[in-house]
Design a binder for this molecule. Structure first.
Ligand SMILES: [Zn+2]
Length: 362
């Protein structure tokens, strides 16, 4: 995410803070200090940092459990609206998804319980406040916020943790796509109730409802796309009319094909089979730096991706195309049978959608 400052690593997970979060802290400090003096301003700024430290621990919880299930936790970013843990992909097993999602809210409840013990022994809890004027109200406020965070995250609507718990529970008795559709429907009904209530009583609740409604729809599309891609084999979506290059040919050869065809990426095939892929970016960079007579073998991508014709598209997408590769070679019996690229996959999906809903526009 741009506008995020790299702070460092926690448990090997990159930790970033969005610039707007720092602005929020500054804004809170300035507005409270302006009304109640420097000390109260400082306490309010510290308080908001403490709240986000709790959010950070919540996200670390998700990330560490994901890692236990073999999913890579890439980064955690703190935004003014909360934390975002970027995890390679959600665990497939329902029990794993439930465990991973529940750990966040449980951590907030645990923090609240620990603080309660500290404050309880002290002088008892007063009404939680977001603008503390003493260390006691500071801790009491943190207890309140952690309870609210736990409850808020357990709302059974995507993208909240509760939405994932509900989907996991449903997926124990039905397929993943149906479970997601039901969980999304429950989430959207709740979101609409939030919006309806919020419009009359509290605009913040309406905004949260809107945020939930949009998040739920996005999750459904992702899951459906993933399940569609999972059903399709590389051989069904690959381009079968393509030109190949020999390693000793100059790139001017590639340029000819480039001008007169729609092909962007060329498999480079030698005596023993495919040796690399020459991508459009590499062709253009080489012409700029070294002219058109450089042999293809010197600029092709030797670290290319290849799959068998039976490989499912979701795996190809996840492992290669999402990671920056522009093309994947489909190889059978040491022969290039076809080429796959993002454009080709989206063309394939568009045609498939048109065929399954005749009459509707793609
Ligand atoms: Zn969470």
């Amino acid at each position: 995410m741009s506008w995020s400052l790299n702070i460092g690593k926690i448990f090997g997970i990159r930790f970033r803070i969005h610039v707007t979060f720092l602005l929020l802290v500054l804004f809170i400090f300035a507005s409270v200090a302006n009304q109640h003096g420097f000390q109260r301003g400082l306490l309010a700024a510290l308080f908001i940092c403490a709240v986000f430290a709790c959010v950070l621990i919540h996200e670390i919880g998700h990330s560490l459990i994901a890692r236990r299930f073999g999913k890579e936790a890439k980064s955690i970013t703190l935004l003014p609206i909360g934390g975002v843990a970027t995890i390679e992909e959600m665990p497939e097993k329902p029990t794993q998804e439930i465990a991973m999602s529940l750990v966040g809210p449980l951590i907030n409840l645990a923090i609240a319980a620990i603080l309660y013990v500290i404050v309880g022994r002290w002088t008892g809890i007063s009404v939680p406040t977001v603008q503390p004027d003493s260390s006691r109200s500071f801790l009491a406020g943190l207890i309140g916020i952690n309870i609210v965070l736990a409850i808020f995250n357990l709302i059974p609507a995507f993208p909240m943790d509760g939405g994932r718990v509900l989907r996991g529970l449903l997926a124990m008795t039905m397929d993943y796509v149906t479970a997601t559709s039901i969980a999304v429907a429950v989430g959207q009904i709740l979101a609409m109730l939030f919006i309806f209530y919020g419009v009359f009583y509290n605009w913040w609740i309406a905004i949260i409802g809107l945020f939930l409604y949009i998040g739920a729809g996005g999750e459904k599309q992702q899951v459906i796309l993933k399940s569609v891609l999972h059903e399709v084999a590389a051989s069904e979506a690959m381009t079968t009319t393509f030109r190949t290059l020999r390693p000793d040919e100059p790139i001017s050869r590639a340029l000819e094909h480039f001008y007169h065809g729609c092909q962007d990426d060329f498999p480079v095939v030698g005596e023993a089979g495919i040796e690399g892929i020459l991508t459009r970016d590499r062709i253009l960079a080489a012409i700029h730096d070294r002219g058109v007579n450089v042999p293809v073998s010197e600029i092709m991508d030797r670290d290319f991706s290849s799959v068998t014709p039976r490989a499912p598209l979701d795996e190809i997408y996840r492992k290669s195309l999402a990671g920056g590769k522009t093309a994947v070679a489909v190889i059978d019996d040491n022969t290039v049978k076809g080429m796959l690229c993002l454009d080709g996959i989206s063309r394939f999906l568009a045609v498939r959608a048109a065929l399954s809903h005749p009459g509707s526009r793609v």
